[in-house]
Design a binder for this molecule. Structure first.
Ligand SMILES: NC(=O)c1ccc[n+]([C@@H]2O[C@H](COP(=O)([O-])OP(=O)(O)OC[C@H]3O[C@@H](n4cnc5c(N)ncnc54)[C@H](OP(=O)(O)O)[C@@H]3O)[C@@H](O)[C@H]2O)c1
Length: 433
């Protein structure tokens, strides 16, 4: 029997994910060696304070100095699990410059510097892998890079933030207000003490930037993704949506319009029988549509120490398997530079709840305000609320610029007593795909 080749890894970060990567590599060492023919071990670990006692790994592996890892010629793979842009960017850049392979779970870094790092890896004929940066344990990057090359992908819909999905699921399931669902998410460990990035849609936007870049082979950065969060989703909207057979999700949507793309994150209503509607709690899902594949959905846990570590370890195994002759799959470089399709030109279907004076002629006035801009109402439900009434409307698909103008006009009518906050309805019309 040929002796196994020994692969040494330098691990940056020993927190929730890093410690689980260490644990998984230890506990699965036998299986991994049989599968890869290599004995893979972590030979150095960088943390902020190496003097602190750490469970799992022996204390002599820890260092607070990146150069201890970079200058170790025996280390061929660096796994970055520090998070944030700096100093992770400097460390990853230095590792790639030296031809070391890099595995990272860092969506903040990739959504800002991905294009640069991808090119650097290609120039240095080494690899950068980042499965765990989007949708935790779900192997979506691998599927996009390897299995979808000829799929003719046209759109991607993602539920890629577990915190917001948990909150919206709780609001739908129990009828609680947004604030109470958020408090519950924090109490049960599904939301950070500072949940700003999740709630505002920014975390999902970073992940959609990465997914869209890989799926459409173009450069999409965080700044190219328009995003709206879930702060204004009310339980009344959720209740009315249910009456209409719809459910609310924070969706990331990336679409190709001929040779232009549009990538956005927003709360959206989808039909209750759509596969994405059943993705609940902290789960994530990515729904792919393409000419040759029709529709494919991947779903599973979107975060968590062991789940994310499993994606990191699978990247380590792929990097080891391909280390002798990295080919095109190792270079996720965008090879075309697509323009962006403007948000205002996208054709969407909208849902809108308006509080209005309960008097004759109100509906006609509102319909006329929308009609002036070529926006027509598909269905309307009127609910009495004392001296006021609520109109719950769904519109025919319309160019977003027209709808914005109509909303402005309708919102200015004296009979309208609430700020119009429309929600897009997805999957209900042919979006040109
Ligand atoms: N947690 C999840 O479920 C999850 C899911 C998907 C992706 N991710 C991504 O995985 C990465 C790691 O997340 P995590 O939850 O494991 O983070 P974490 O628990 O906060 O751990 C971060 C680790 O990095 C070390 N570190 C931070 N800044 C450092 C610096 N400047 N120099 C050296 N070491 C530094 C910390 O050292 P000390 O221990 O000394 O503080 C700690 O060991 C992030 O990119 C995150 O977005 C996490």
């Amino acid at each position: 029997m040929t002796p196994s080749q020994k692969i040494n890894i330098g691990l940056l970060g020993y927190g929730t994910v890093g410690s689980n990567v260490y644990g998984l590599l230890e506990s699965q060492a036998g299986e991994i060696e049989k599968a890869t023919g290599a004995s893979i071990s972590i030979s150095r670990i960088m943390v902020r304070d190496p003097s602190l006692p750490r469970a799992g790994a022996p204390s002599e592996l820890f260092t607070g100095n990146f150069d201890d890892i970079l200058s170790d010629a025996g280390i061929s793979i660096i796994v970055e699990l520090i998070g944030g842009v700096e100093p992770a960017f400097d460390y990853v850049t230095a590792a790639l410059e030296q031809g070391k392979a890099v595995i990272t779970a860092n969506k903040q870094l990739l959504s800002r510097q991905g294009f640069y790092l991808f090119r650097l890896a290609q120039d240095k004929k080494t690899q950068i892998r980042f499965e765990a940066s989007v949708a935790g344990a779900i192997p979506v990057i691998k599927v996009l890079r390897e299995s979808m090359v000829a799929a003719g992908l046209k759109s991607i819909y993602g539920i890629v933030n577990g915190t917001t999905n948990f909150i919206l699921t709780e609001m739908s399931r129990t009828g609680v207000r947004y604030e109470d669902a958020l408090a519950r998410a924090q109490e049960w460990g599904y939301a950070e003490a500072d949940p700003g990035e999740d709630i505002s849609g920014k975390d999902a936007a970073a992940k959609m930037a990465i997914l869209a870049s890989i799926a459409f082979h173009t450069s999409v950065g965080l700044e190219d993704v328009t995003c709206a969060g879930i702060e204004n989703v009310s339980r009344r909207d959720i209740a009315y949506a249910r009456e209409l057979g719809l459910t609310v999700k924070l969706l990331g949507v990336a679409r190709l319009y001929d040779d232009r793309i549009n990538v956005r994150v927003y709360p959206a209503l989808i039909k209750q029988d759509h596969p994405l509607a059943s993705v609940s709690g902290a789960y994530n899902a990515v729904f792919l549509k393409g000419a040759a594949i029709d529709e494919i959905m991947l779903s599973g846990p979107g975060a968590g120490g062991t789940e994310t570590a499993s994606a990191v370890v699978s990247d380590i195994i792929s990097a080891v398997a391909r280390r002798e002759s990295p080919g095109f799959l190792e270079y996720p470089v965008a090879y075309r530079n697509l323009d962006f399709f403007p948000d205002e030109e996208v054709v969407s279907t909208f849902y809108l709840r308006l509080e209005v004076e309960d008097e004759p002629g109100v509906l006609a006035a509102i319909a006329s305000a929308f009609g002036k801009h070529g926006v027509s109402i598909e269905s309307v439900i009127q609910k009495g609320r004392g001296a006021r009434a609520e109109l719950v409307m769904v519109f025919h698909p319309v160019k977003e610029s027209r709808f914005a103008a109509a909303i402005k006009e309708a919102g200015g009518l004296e009979v309208v007593k609430s700020t119009p906050r429309p929600i897009r309805v997805e999957g209900s019309h042919d979006d040109g795909q």
